[in-house]
Design a protein around this ligand. Sequence first.
Ligand code: ADP
Ligand code: MG
Length: 447
Amino acid sequence: MEKESWSQFEKKLKKQVGATSYNRWLSKLKPQDVLSDKAIITCPNKFVLDWVKSNFYKDISITFKEVTGKEVLLGLETSNPQKDKTDKCLSIPSQLPLPGTENFLYGLPFLNREYTFDNFVVGECNQFAYASALAITERKSLRYNPLFFHSSEGLGKTHLSSATGQKIIATHPNIKVFYTTAEWFTHEMIQSLRKNRILEFKEKYRKQCDVLVVEDIQFLKGKDKTQDEIFYTLDTLIQMGKQVILTANADPREIKDLKDNLKSRMGSGLVADITPPDYETKRKIISRKCVEENVTIPEEVADYIAQSVKTNVRDLKSALINLIANSSLLGQKIGLDMAKQTLKSFIKNKAVTVEDIKKFISHHFKTTPEKLQSKSRSRSVAYPRQVAYYLCRKYTETTLSDIGICFGRNHSSVLRALNNFETSIRINKSIRDALNYLTDKFEKTCL
Ligand code: ADP
Ligand code: MG
């Protein structure tokens, strides 16, 4: 990239994110490979890289496009991975490329080499997805084909699909793993059509790859032509016994504006969802990240972060990185006050109590907190009570026994009701829709 364009890019980026953020995080970015369809920008070390990736990727990418006028796929890397590996506070080793796999690991979009099974923390929320991913790396059976991960953002879909791709490459070096996103696939397809190279494009995906990962399928909404192309690609690969891994922000059957044949093709293998992490998993993720960053934080701070960040793993990790950065910039030890101060912006959900939920449910279902607490088993009370239990589990850290106490029930009665309710959510779409509507309303009014 020419010097002039780069300094223009720097200026614009500074304006976009503000001088403080720019000076702290972005002033050391450097252009590396800038090709016609991809560009790699480097950060001085892994710590900055993590932070830049999770906080400024969009700004960088928009600004880059504005300055160069090019639609390129942007990759962020550390400028000197070897040096990072010896850096004491950056103890996680980035994986070395495996012989013969460079194209697939270095091509763009690329499998993120930092996302491995080893550094994926397993908990109740992602156990099923994790186990299915691991199962396909053994390549014994193609029953899970396609394997479809879905969740809201920041819960590990990219991490798991990248880990799966890498493990397959590591254990079967001859297998060609193609990793792409629905957005990039669409972009490539349009470019190929323009340049009269659509046959080449079709061949690349249908004939040259053994494992295909396509992320963020929801991007295809309403894009009929790309949907047709991806349908035939998936169909061909699956019929040839090649593994396909897909990710999206919703169950394939519930993504709107997607053709029915594609929905059913994508849902015809194994569909695994990942839910937000429970308290225990959050604690494990925090401990893990602290080990990686070589810092120790007091128990009460770890507890506070786990209790407070309710959104997703990305926010949880960012909150922790932010805290570590602040402590090192201020030269102060991490304590509860600093954590509270630093985490303000990450704590999107203010603490909700069981009493708030009782009030909200009573109002919505036109009943009263007293009735919810009563012995009544009539459906007009039992159903709202189940929903209330569900919200208590989702939005508070209250244990089942304590929820029971608040509703005049014991632990096992709450557990049974929750299990029944979760089964009906899975099998009954109208309950699911009603619940989605209700949780939206709850989040808007109570959080
Ligand atoms: P998604 O693709 O679902 O939006 P990502 O896979 O990009 O989410 O995950 C967001 C961040 O959270 C990444 O840094 C990822 O490593 C981390 N992450 C998500 N789940 C886990 C997990 N179970 N263990 C460790 N890190 C995780
Ligand atoms: Mg992702």
